[in-house]
Design a protein around this ligand. Sequence first.
Ligand SMILES: [Cu+2]
Length: 146
Amino acid sequence: MTLSITKNGLEGSRRPRRRRGAGSSICLLLVSSNVSSQSTSNSVEVNIQIVGDGTDYYVPANVTVKLGQVITFAVFNTDDNTHGLAIPAFNVDTGIIKHGITARVTFTADKVGTFPWDEPIGYCTGGNGNVCNSAQDLKGNLTVTP
Ligand SMILES: [Cu+2]
């Protein structure tokens, strides 16, 4: 057993006290105006999860909105691989989303119909094989009703 007493023990125990202000540096992030966090009748946030479970899929894979609504897709990637989501008809693309990250894209549903979404080729990395680029994986549909 060793006991050691340092000379500065006493001085070291003295703490400089910081007065008010030290803990109050709040970081305010002003997000861009096209992100709709308010739930007004005209803006909707849709939560979509990407699940990797042998096959990879979106939950939900079918979303219905109304014409004219401002839609935010909040796409959460629960899988270990990177993934993404794009709706070509609306020029929407989350970019590559890493594990545990939520990407948000906002657009206006300005036309009626059913529009497929999927994952652009090359967005899957880090896993065994790019299974989600096969025909059946990571597909979905956005339906816009009048
Ligand atoms: Cu993927």
